[in-house]
Design a protein around this ligand. Structure first.
Ligand code: PCA
Length: 213
C-alpha cells in the first residue's frame, strides 16, 4: 500500500495538459511510497473518484494538486470553503453557481498539512512558494473541501490538503501569452519537499505567512 496518495487533474479550460497531473505522475514514478491518481475536472465525478482512490490505496497522507494558471509560485492552500461558483463549465459541461459543496457542511475547513513548514522546505529546495488563503470556487476548491469533509467524517486520523501549481512554460508558450510559469520538474521537486514535510512535521511553524489582501 502506498503511504501517500497524490492526485492531479485532467486538462481543462482548453488546455492540452495539466501540470498538476504531470508533476504528481512524475513524483509517483520516482517513489515507491507515492501513488498518483488523476481526477476528472468535473464537479460530479471528482469527489467519488477521490473517495475510491483513498479506499483503494489506504494512505496515511493525501495531497491533492491542481493548476492555478496565473499564479507565479507553488501555493499550499490553507482554507477550503463550502461554496461552488463556476466561472466556466467543467469538462462535463456543468456550471453550478452559488451552491454548497456539501449541503449542511461547515462554511470552511482548514488544511491539516503544515502549510508554513511546507512553504519553507519548498523554498529551501529552490522553488518559489507561498501560503494561499483561497483555492477559488471551482473544481479544485470543491475537491479540497470534499477531501477535508471526508477526512473529518469517514477517515479520522488521515491527514490531507491541497496545493495549487503554476502553468508550465510549454502551456504559456503555446498560448502566446506572458503569464508566469514553472517548469514541471521544479513543480515535482516542490511536491516532493511538501510530501516529506507533511510526513515528518506534525506542528506547523509559528511564523507569519498571512496576506494583507
Ligand atoms: N485547476 C482548477 C480545476 C482543475 C485544476 O487543475 C481549479 O483551480 O479549480
Amino acid at each position: 500500500m502506498a503511504k501517500v496518495l497524490v492526485t492531479g487533474f485532467a486538462p481543462f479550460g482548453g488546455e492540452a495538459v495539466n501540470p498538476s497531473w504531470q508533476a504528481v505522475s512524475a513524483l509517483a514514478a520516482h517513489r515507491d511510497d507515492v501513488a498518483a491518481v488523476e481526477l476528472p475536472c468535473e464537479f460530479g465525478a471528482s469527489l467519488p473518484t477521490l473517495r475510491q482512490a483513498i479506499e483503494r490505496h489506504g494512505p496515511e497522507l493525501v495531497v491533492c494538486v491542481g493548476q492555478a494558471g496565473g499564479r507565479p509560485d507553488v501555493t499550499p492552500e490553507r482554507v477550503a470553503v463550502n461554496l461552488v461558483d463556476a466561472r466556466i463549465p467543467d469538462n462535463a459541461g456543468a456550471q453550478p453557481v452559488d451552491v454548497p459543496v456539501i449541503d449542511g457542511g461547515p462554511a470552511a475547513y482548514f488544511s491539516s498539512l503544515p502549510v508554513k513548514a511546507c512553504v519553507a522546505t519548498i523554498r529551501a529546495a529552490g522553488v518559489p512558494a507561498s501560503v494561499s488563503h483561497t483555492a477559488g470556487t471551482y473544481v479544485c476548491n470543491q475537491v479540497f473541501y470534499g477531501l477535508m469533509h471526508l477526512l473529518t467524517t469517514d477517515f479520522p486520523g488521515l491527514r490531507g490538503g491541497f496545493v495549487h501549481v503554476p502553468f508550465s512554460p510549454e502551456q504559456v508558450a503555446a498560448a502566446g501569452t506572458a503569464a508566469p510559469s514553472l517548469d514541471v520538474t521544479r513543480t515535482t521537486e516542490a511536491l516532493a519537499a511538501l510530501v516529506d514535510t507533511a510526513l515528518s512535521v506534525a506542528e506547523d511553524l509559528a511564523v507569519p505567512a498571512g496576506a494583507l489582501h
